[in-house]
Design a protein around this ligand. Structure first.
Ligand SMILES: [Zn+2]
Length: 146
Protein backbone atom coordinates (compact mmCIF):
# COMPACT_ATOMS: atom_id res chain seq x y z
CA UNK A 1 0.00 0.00 0.00
CA UNK A 2 1.22 3.51 -0.70
CA UNK A 3 1.14 6.28 1.93
CA UNK A 4 -2.27 7.54 0.82
CA UNK A 5 -3.72 4.06 1.29
CA UNK A 6 -2.17 3.77 4.76
CA UNK A 7 -3.64 7.16 5.72
CA UNK A 8 -7.06 6.05 4.43
CA UNK A 9 -6.88 2.78 6.42
CA UNK A 10 -6.12 4.76 9.58
CA UNK A 11 -8.84 7.30 8.81
CA UNK A 12 -11.36 4.43 8.43
CA UNK A 13 -10.47 3.20 11.92
CA UNK A 14 -10.63 6.71 13.38
CA UNK A 15 -14.04 7.28 11.80
CA UNK A 16 -15.39 4.21 13.58
CA UNK A 17 -13.60 4.98 16.84
CA UNK A 18 -14.94 8.52 16.84
CA UNK A 19 -18.43 7.98 15.50
CA UNK A 20 -20.00 7.56 18.93
CA UNK A 21 -18.20 10.76 20.05
CA UNK A 22 -16.35 8.85 22.74
CA UNK A 23 -12.71 7.90 22.33
CA UNK A 24 -11.87 5.46 25.08
CA UNK A 25 -8.47 4.33 26.28
CA UNK A 26 -9.03 0.92 24.69
CA UNK A 27 -9.91 2.52 21.37
CA UNK A 28 -6.69 4.51 21.53
CA UNK A 29 -4.77 1.28 22.13
CA UNK A 30 -6.34 -0.34 19.08
CA UNK A 31 -5.57 2.69 16.93
CA UNK A 32 -1.96 2.43 18.10
CA UNK A 33 -1.90 -1.32 17.28
CA UNK A 34 -3.22 -0.61 13.78
CA UNK A 35 -0.72 2.20 13.27
CA UNK A 36 2.13 -0.23 14.07
CA UNK A 37 0.66 -2.99 11.86
CA UNK A 38 0.53 -0.58 8.95
CA UNK A 39 4.04 0.68 9.68
CA UNK A 40 2.72 4.24 9.76
CA UNK A 41 4.62 6.97 11.60
CA UNK A 42 3.01 9.73 13.68
CA UNK A 43 3.00 12.08 10.70
CA UNK A 44 0.75 9.70 8.73
CA UNK A 45 -1.52 9.23 11.74
CA UNK A 46 -1.80 13.02 12.02
CA UNK A 47 -2.74 13.17 8.34
CA UNK A 48 -5.49 10.63 9.01
CA UNK A 49 -6.73 12.60 12.04
CA UNK A 50 -6.78 15.79 9.95
CA UNK A 51 -8.72 13.98 7.21
CA UNK A 52 -11.38 12.82 9.69
CA UNK A 53 -11.59 16.22 11.40
CA UNK A 54 -12.10 17.80 7.98
CA UNK A 55 -15.63 16.45 8.24
CA UNK A 56 -16.06 15.25 4.67
CA UNK A 57 -14.21 11.97 4.97
CA UNK A 58 -16.06 8.84 3.86
CA UNK A 59 -14.95 5.39 4.92
CA UNK A 60 -13.43 3.77 1.81
CA UNK A 61 -11.79 0.37 1.19
CA UNK A 62 -8.21 0.78 -0.08
CA UNK A 63 -5.36 -1.52 -1.07
CA UNK A 64 -5.70 -5.19 -1.94
CA UNK A 65 -8.61 -7.36 -0.82
CA UNK A 66 -6.52 -8.78 2.04
CA UNK A 67 -5.72 -5.23 3.22
CA UNK A 68 -9.40 -4.36 3.06
CA UNK A 69 -10.43 -7.40 5.09
CA UNK A 70 -7.83 -6.65 7.75
CA UNK A 71 -8.99 -3.05 7.83
CA UNK A 72 -12.57 -4.28 8.33
CA UNK A 73 -11.43 -6.60 11.15
CA UNK A 74 -9.73 -3.68 12.89
CA UNK A 75 -12.83 -1.52 12.39
CA UNK A 76 -14.93 -4.22 14.04
CA UNK A 77 -12.42 -4.50 16.86
CA UNK A 78 -12.42 -0.77 17.55
CA UNK A 79 -16.21 -0.54 17.26
CA UNK A 80 -16.79 -3.42 19.68
CA UNK A 81 -14.04 -2.50 22.13
CA UNK A 82 -16.59 -0.79 24.37
CA UNK A 83 -18.89 -3.83 24.11
CA UNK A 84 -21.53 -2.10 22.06
CA UNK A 85 -21.92 -1.71 18.35
CA UNK A 86 -23.58 1.68 17.98
CA UNK A 87 -26.14 2.07 15.19
CA UNK A 88 -24.03 4.63 13.34
CA UNK A 89 -20.95 2.38 13.54
CA UNK A 90 -22.96 -0.62 12.40
CA UNK A 91 -24.23 1.23 9.34
CA UNK A 92 -20.74 2.39 8.32
CA UNK A 93 -19.22 -1.05 8.82
CA UNK A 94 -21.98 -2.88 6.92
CA UNK A 95 -21.59 -0.45 4.05
CA UNK A 96 -17.84 -1.12 4.01
CA UNK A 97 -18.40 -4.90 4.11
CA UNK A 98 -20.84 -4.65 1.19
CA UNK A 99 -18.26 -2.77 -0.85
CA UNK A 100 -15.95 -5.75 -0.24
CA UNK A 101 -18.79 -7.99 -1.49
CA UNK A 102 -18.73 -10.09 1.67
CA UNK A 103 -21.74 -12.29 2.37
CA UNK A 104 -23.82 -11.93 5.54
CA UNK A 105 -22.34 -15.28 6.63
CA UNK A 106 -18.80 -13.99 6.29
CA UNK A 107 -19.71 -10.80 8.16
CA UNK A 108 -21.34 -12.79 10.98
CA UNK A 109 -18.24 -14.99 11.22
CA UNK A 110 -16.01 -11.92 11.48
CA UNK A 111 -18.30 -10.47 14.17
CA UNK A 112 -18.06 -13.69 16.18
CA UNK A 113 -14.28 -13.80 15.74
CA UNK A 114 -13.97 -10.22 16.97
CA UNK A 115 -16.09 -11.00 20.03
CA UNK A 116 -13.91 -14.04 20.80
CA UNK A 117 -10.76 -11.99 20.30
CA UNK A 118 -11.98 -9.33 22.73
CA UNK A 119 -12.83 -12.03 25.26
CA UNK A 120 -9.31 -13.41 24.84
CA UNK A 121 -10.49 -16.87 23.78
CA UNK A 122 -9.12 -16.70 20.25
CA UNK A 123 -10.13 -18.71 17.21
CA UNK A 124 -9.47 -22.25 15.96
CA UNK A 125 -6.15 -22.43 14.05
CA UNK A 126 -7.65 -24.95 11.65
CA UNK A 127 -10.98 -23.38 10.67
CA UNK A 128 -11.18 -19.93 12.32
CA UNK A 129 -14.25 -20.65 14.44
CA UNK A 130 -14.34 -18.63 17.70
CA UNK A 131 -13.39 -20.92 20.56
CA UNK A 132 -15.06 -21.64 23.84
CA UNK A 133 -12.26 -20.92 26.34
CA UNK A 134 -13.35 -23.86 28.54
CA UNK A 135 -13.24 -26.51 25.78
CA UNK A 136 -10.39 -28.74 24.59
CA UNK A 137 -11.57 -29.21 21.02
CA UNK A 138 -13.02 -26.91 18.34
CA UNK A 139 -16.81 -27.38 18.26
CA UNK A 140 -16.82 -26.85 14.49
CA UNK A 141 -14.00 -29.04 13.11
CA UNK A 142 -12.84 -31.00 16.15
CA UNK A 143 -9.24 -29.75 16.04
CA UNK A 144 -7.43 -29.92 19.38
CA UNK A 145 -7.09 -26.58 21.15
CA UNK A 146 -3.56 -25.93 22.34
ZN1 LIG B 1 -11.95 -25.63 14.03
Amino acid sequence: MNENDVVACLANILMIAGSDKKFTHQEQEIVEKVRLELGADDALLEQAVALVHGGNYQITPVGRFSDQVRNLEDMLLVSMADNTLAMEEKKEILHFAQQLKLTQDQINRMLAQTKALLKGAGCCNACGTPLDPSGNFCTECGAKIK
